[in-house]
Design a protein. Structure first.
Length: 161
C-alpha cells in the first residue's frame, strides 16, 4: 500500500492503495465514480476515457502511480457551475445514446479533440477511435460537429447556439 496524492474532478485527494492498480478500478470501486466504464481492459475501446492533466487517456491502461500529483477529470466532473459542457448538450440534442455504455468515454474523447482542434473539420473526426457497439457513430460525429459550432459561437441550424 502506498499513499498517492492527486486531484480528481477538482478535489485534492490523499489516497491509500495499490500503486499498480489501474485508475479505472480505483475510480469505480473506491470513489464510486461509475461513469467511467470498463470495456475491453486493454485501452482499445475507449469506454474508460478520462482526462489526465486535460488530455484524454484510457483509465484501464494507467496505474495509480502514473497519476500521482496529476489532475484527473471524469465524466462526473465535466460540467461547470451546474451547466453541462457543450459536448454534453450536443449529445442530448443529437439523441446520441442507445445503450449509453460507451457515451461517457465518447464525450471525454470529443472534449479533448475540440480542445486540441477548435476549428474542427469533419476529417478530424477520424481521431475519435472509441468504439460504439450500438452503431451510433453517425450521431456521435454529428454531435461532435454540433459541439464545435456551439463552442465557436457559429449559429446552429434551427436557431440554437
Amino acid at each position: 500500500m502506498s499513499k498517492i496524492s492527486l486531484i480528481i474532478n477538482g478535489v485534492r485527494r490523499e489516497l491509500e492503495g495499490d500503486a499498480t492498480q489501474p485508475l479505472l478500478w480505483f475510480l469505480r470501486d473506491n470513489l464510486r465514480l461509475t461513469g467511467t466504464k470498463y470495456g475491453c481492459g486493454v485501452g482499445q475501446c475507449g469506454a474508460c476515457t478520462v482526462h489526465i492533466d486535460g488530455r484524454a487517456a484510457r483509465a484501464c491502461s494507467v496505474t495509480m502511480a502514473n497519476v500521482a500529483g496529476r489532475r484527473v477529470t471524469t465524466i462526473e466532473g465535466l460540467e461547470s457551475n451546474g451547466n453541462l459542457h457543450p459536448v454534453q448538450e450536443a449529445w442530448i440534442a443529437a439523441d446520441v445514446p442507445q445503450c449509453g455504455y460507451c457515451q461517457a468515454g465518447q464525450i471525454m474523447t470529443a472534449v479533448d479533440l475540440l480542445k486540441r482542434i477548435p476549428q474542427l473539420r469533419e476529417a478530424d473526426l477520424a481521431q475519435v477511435t472509441n468504439l460504439c457497439r450500438c452503431g451510433t457513430h453517425v450521431r456521435i460525429k454529428a454531435a461532435i460537429m454540433d459541439a464545435a459550432k456551439r463552442m465557436s459561437g457559429t449559429p446552429i441550424a434551427g436557431g440554437k447556439s
